[in-house]
Design a protein around this ligand. Structure first.
Ligand SMILES: Nc1ncnc2c1ncn2[C@@H]1O[C@H](COP(=O)(O)OP(=O)(O)OP(=O)(O)O)[C@@H](O)[C@H]1O
Ligand SMILES: [Mg+2]
Length: 328
């Protein structure tokens, strides 16, 4: 069966006064129906711009300058805004970090949800309201009738995000792109929402791209991970394999900087150095200046090479399984 989403060599650049910031520079990834992909990386690595590019929401001075985004067989880059308008909200939905990106502060929840339903479905107001009510129940909002008549400011942050998720689910989209939607919430509420979204996606067969800088959050949720660095994917593959045996030195560094019970009492490792400025990227491998394994072989920049089935690494000196077992 064809993939639900296939991105090949995506390049999204920002043409600023100081130069061209290549926020996304050659990203390739694919997603099956119902699959959950965790898109992970430090701040500024290009995660959000990747998500916005899929939805056609990149504003000037930014522009998709290269690559293909094929959704269910249709090329979204070639199809342009007209094609996107037909898909956005209906077949591809987005959940933002700030639910107020989705919600209108001056409209009651029922008004907003009914409008959203009727934008893409030819149904009566009553039927649209019923669908909205069901969506609120699905995301765990009690007394939905009362809640429908409330304004966004009458909800807590966690509840507002639930409403935004309910709106994303209204049309049972094929794909949801969630950009750090739980980062601003309490850890307990974050965990609740994560597991609920996971269940909802499994029930509806919805594919999910969960964007986060927090590897711990996504490792319990995603089937596969794609790790971004300086606008590129530097490692991708099944979650369990990457967490257990990260191959790229950057991924390894990220994992070692996550607090874990079994390493209690030992100092957390940190990745040395700083994220490079996109306007002054080093030659060759973009991680080389911070990498303990870097040498002359790291220039030119290596491609994302397959080291095992479904497992890609952009590194000439990856941590390989054989070497790990030799060391232990
Ligand atoms: N409007 C813009 N104008 C100029 N450059 C931009 C703009 N938006 C993004 N960029 C560039 O793209 C880079 C990647 O941004 P992006 O928002 O995708 O990062 P991110 O990985 O989502 O980070 P975070 O974890 O902080 O959300 C930024 O560091 C910046 O250089
Ligand atoms: Mg972001």
């Amino acid at each position: 069966m064809t993939k639900l989403l296939e991105i090949e060599g995506l390049q999204t650049h920002f043409f600023t006064r100081d130069g061209v910031a290549k926020a996304v520079d050659g990203v390739s990834l694919s997603l099956d129906r119902g699959e959950i992909l965790g898109l992970v990386g430090e701040s500024g690595s290009g995660k959000s711009v990747t998500g916005f590019s899929i939805l056609g929401l990149v504003d000037p001075p930014g522009r998709v300058v290269g690559g293909r985004i094929v959704f269910d067989g249709a090329d979204l880059v070639a199809g342009g805004e007209r094609m996107m308008r037909g898909l956005r909200g209906r077949r591809i939905a987005m959940i933002f970090q700030d639910p107020m990106m989705t919600l209108n502060p001056v409209l009651r929840i029922d008004t907003q949800m009914i409008e959203t339903v009727r934008a893409h479905a030819d149904v009566s107001r009553a039927a649209a309201r019923e669908r909205a009510r069901e969506a609120l129940v699905r995301v765990g909002i009690s007394s939905p009738d009362e809640r429908l008549e409330s304004y966004p400011h009458q909800f807590s942050g966690g509840m507002r995000q639930r409403v935004a998720i309910a709106i994303a689910l209204l049309h049972e989209p094929d794909l949801i792109i969630a950009d750090e939607p739980t980062t601003a919430l309490d850890v307990t509420i974050q965990a609740q929402i994560l597991s609920e979204v996971q269940t909802l996606c499994a029930e509806a067969g919805t594919a999910l791209i969960w964007i986060t800088h927090d590897l711990a959050v996504v490792s319990g949720l995603a089937d596969r991970l794609a790790v971004m660095y300086a606008g590129r994917i530097i490692e991708a593959g099944p979650t369990a394999g990457i967490i257990a045996r990260p191959a790229h030195p950057y991924t390894k560094g990220l994992i070692e900087s996550v607090p874990q019970g079994k390493r209690h009492g030992t100092l957390l490792k940190q990745i040395g150095g700083m994220t490079p400025s996109l306007l002054h990227l080093p030659r060759g491998c973009k991680f080389a200046p911070r990498c303990p394994r870097a040498d002359a072989a790291c220039d030119p920049e290596p491609p994302l090479a397959e080291i095992a089935a479904g497992r890609g690494v952009r590194c000439v000196h990856p941590h390989l399984e054989a070497e790990e077992s030799a060391a232990s």
